[in-house]
Design a protein around this ligand. Structure first.
Ligand code: ADP
Ligand code: ADP
Length: 226
């Protein structure tokens, strides 16, 4: 159901003599269907953490498990949304959204139908044949979200997805994301350096800090909204 268990996680980047401890002995769990926001200043290790969970990076030590099974590399149980959208410029909106469905055995009509459902969900109807360069930033991020949701990952990993958008657009996409999350109940790990965004989006916030030296500190906070 999308439970993420992070155990004794460490990540050290080495380049020549230099060592950077990006993640220091981090353990936490995200329940299936939970929305966790990770907030902290630049350089505290947020992206490293997200890419470790995505399987794009290997930990120096420690493990990450999804529903009890340790991950080894990327998998379709986890979908990533990037700040810079990472759309395929040579593909239309529809073909971008269909991208993730290409290896699941469905025939073209089924894939088109699934893609259309998520295009509608993200308010992109009528834009199917457009190319990314014809879209605004907010629309590009809607396409990226539709592309990721279409292949139905259990866990949505979002790296400052609204960081490049202006405030009104951010707010409308935040609300749209929350609607979708309530509706389809996926686990979300959302990264931001914006404290207001973190507190707005989720009831559980993990704060990462840059302490002097190499030690990273993490605070797990449950917001009591009652
Ligand atoms: P954040 O996303 O919170 O800004 P990052 O995870 O990008 O933090 O970076 C955490 C620390 O690891 C920073 O000190 C950064 O400079 C360092 N770092 C990140 N990526 C690399 C890399 N590929 N090689 C060396 N150091 C890195
Ligand atoms: P083609 O259809 O020409 O083989 P693809 O559209 O399959 O090209 O993908 C091109 C490359 O982009 C692939 O190597 C793939 O691993 C990479 N890629 C896939 N998904 C993403 C993504 N979400 N963001 C960035 N790059 C990706």
């Amino acid at each position: 159901n999308g439970r993420v268990t992070v155990s004794d996680l460490n990540k050290v980047y080495r380049s020549g003599e230099e060592e950077t401890k990006a993640i220091d002995d981090l353990s936490f769990e995200v329940e299936g269907g939970e929305f966790l926001t990770v907030v902290g200043p630049s350089g505290c290790g947020k992206s490293t953490l997200l890419y470790l969970i995505a399987g794009f990076l290997d930990p120096t030590s420690g493990t990450i498990a999804v529903d009890g099974d340790p991950i080894s590399g990327p998998g379709t149980d986890r979908g990533v949304v990037f700040q810079d959208y990472a759309l395929f410029p040579w593909r239309t909106v529809e073909d971008n959204v269909m991208y993730g469905l290409e290896e699941n055995g469905a025939d073209e009509d089924e894939r088109r139908e699934t893609a259309q459902r998520f295009i509608d969900m993200m308010g992109l109807s009528g834009h199917e044949e457009k190319y990314p360069k014809e879209l605004s930033g907010g629309m590009k991020q809607r396409v990226a979200l539709a592309r990721t949701l279409a292949y139905d990952p259990k866990i949505l990993l979002m790296d400052e997805p609204f960081g490049a958008l202006d405030q009104p657009l951010r707010e409308s996409l935040q609300d749209h994301l929350l609607d979708i999350w309530r509706d389809i109940g996926k686990t979300v790990v959302f990264i931001t350096h914006d404290v207001e965004e973190a507190v707005y989006l989720s009831e559980r916030v993990m704060v990462m800090t840059n302490q002097p030296g190499t030690r990273k500190s993490v605070y797990d906070i449950d917001l009591d909204r009652t």
